[in-house]
Design a protein around this ligand. Structure first.
Ligand SMILES: CC(=O)N[C@H]1[C@@H](OP(=O)(O)OP(=O)(O)OC[C@H]2O[C@@H](n3ccc(=O)[nH]c3=O)[C@H](O)[C@@H]2O)O[C@H](CO)[C@@H](O)[C@@H]1O
Ligand SMILES: C=C(OP(=O)(O)O)C(=O)O
Length: 417
């Protein structure tokens, strides 16, 4: 079992480069299935989730070559339109294969996707959206299969601006007959990235980044060469780590606009954040001030930066309130932070955090990816030694986390028990 051992108390200082975005590259890799030929994707992070997506693409028949951060996906010989249970279970993002496989074959068979334990996460809206494009679905013995003679464009109004649903419908609609409108669409930057990638393949999509997306179906897609956006959640994680350790850190390869909701909160907590071009400079300045935070769809405060911010608020001055509105069960890290001396009271979807002067090192367990990041930050800020178990979760979404922290002067070691 992998674990991190962290000796806290060091101020993070220096510069690091932020990697490509996990949540952008996963749907983009799934979307390569829509073309026949060799796609080149650049700035792809080495992550467990990317490995799983590569495994799925190979299973379908694609040839994949991953060198440095350049991933070549040759989709010419894809013949399989089914993702088996053992692969589906490995992560939530396997659900992104639905739209592309329907687009390519008019047929798909999948099982329930896996993912972090942050709530039930059904896929009913994905299915409802694809049904609107003329797909007929059948369920049995754990599988879901979809079939369509010809995908047809439609007007779709989402019940909620779900990120994955918006992306699956976009990927299902690009090769449909006629025009599809997605209203109440998710507006996350990763949706814009998917639009840009698909348009690079010859799709006709407009409006991503707003709540109305228009997709004019085209007959076929060609291959493309594309660089994914920087990871805004990795960016935010390091911003918070720098702030709570009283550090002085410059993050390179960022898009500051994508982390504006976090910058606003850090400014409110009296942390100095300066942005120039693709760089963000964070200067910690003693204890943060208490905050009220509610997670919301973009451009609201992101749920994927909620656990990390909870860590910061455990040692802020005053009482903070965090309300999680996106996932049913994403406050589990509170229990682990309490083991380190935090004072947190959880009631339903709300956590009330009474800031304490400092945390103390302890053995804690990451229950999911971002909870893991929150515990690593806690370890960096705490007095003494912290052991974080469940590193496998963290490796789903952070490339070279321990190397980047070490580069900033933090003391962290990855050990195998
Ligand atoms: C790979 C990826 O991009 N993951 C991100 C994506 O996840 P994901 O695409 O799964 O997130 P959604 O926006 O779809 O989910 C939001 C909420 O809708 C619910 N829901 C979703 C679909 C559905 O069919 N039925 C349903 O009830 C979910 O259970 C959740 O409570 O957006 C989330 C919200 O910003 C992020 O936390 C994830 O990091
Ligand atoms: C919840 C997350 O990812 P996924 O949707 O892939 O589980 C995340 O990135 O924090």
């Amino acid at each position: 079992m992998l674990k991190y051992e962290i000796i806290g108390g060091k101020k993070l200082k220096g510069r690091i480069r932020i990697s490509g975005a996990k949540n952008a590259v996963l749907p983009i890799l799934a979307a390569t299935v829509l073309s026949k030929g060799k796609n080149i994707i650049r700035d792809v992070p080495h992550l467990k989730d990317v490995e799983v997506m590569i495994e799925v693409l190979k299973y379908l028949g694609a040839k994949v070559c991953f060198e440095g951060s350049v991933l070549e996906v040759d989709t010419t010989d894809i013949t399989v339109n089914e993702v088996p249970d053992h692969l589906m279970r490995k992560m939530r993002a396997t659900v992104f294969l639905m739209g592309p496989l329907l687009g390519r074959f008019g047929k798909v068979k999948i099982f329930q996707p896996g993912g972090c334990s942050i709530g039930p996460r059904p896929i009913n809206w994905h299915i409802k959206g694809l049904k609107s494009l003329n797909v007929e679905f059948k369920e049995g013995y754990g599988y879901i299969s979809g079939q369509v003679k010809k995908l047809k464009g439609n007007e779709i109004h989402l019940d909620f601006p779900s990120v994955g649903t918006t992306e699956n419908i976009m990927m299902g609609a690009v090769l449909a007959e006629g025009t599809t409108w997605i209203r109440n669409a998710a507006k996350e930057p990763e949706i814009v990235d998917l639009q840009n990638f698909l348009n690079g393949m010859g799709a006709k999509i407009r409006g991503a980044g707003t709540d109305v997306i228009k997709i004019e179906g085209v007959k076929e897609l060609k291959t493309t060469d594309y660089t994914v956006i920087p990871d805004r959640i990795e960016t935010g994680t390091f911003m918070i780590a720098a702030a709570v350790t009283g550090g002085d850190v410059v993050l390179e390869n960022t898009i500051p606009e994508h982390v504006e909701p976090l910058i606003a909160k850090l400014n409110e907590a009296e942390v100095k954040v300066t942005c120039q071009d693709d760089k963000i400079h964070i200067q910690g300045n003693g204890r943060l001030k208490a905050l009220e935070i509610k997670t919301l769809p973009y451009p609201g405060y992101p749920t994927d930066l909620q656990p990390q911010m909870m860590t910061a608020l455990t040692i802020a001055e005053g009482t903070s309130i965090i309300t999680e509105t996106i996932f049913e069960n994403r406050l589990k890290h509170a229990e682990e932070l309490r083991r380190m001396g935090a004072s947190i009271w959880v009631e339903g979807h709300t956590a009330i955090i009474n800031g304490v002067p400092s945390l103390t090192g302890a053995a804690v367990e990451a229950t999911d990816l971002r909870a893991g990041a929150a515990l690593v930050i806690a370890g960096l800020a705490a007095e003494g030694k912290t052991t974080v178990y469940g590193v496998e979760h963290i490796q789903r979404g952070y490339e070279n986390l321990e190397k980047k922290i070490t580069q900033l002067g933090g003391q962290i070691h990855l050990l195998n028990d």
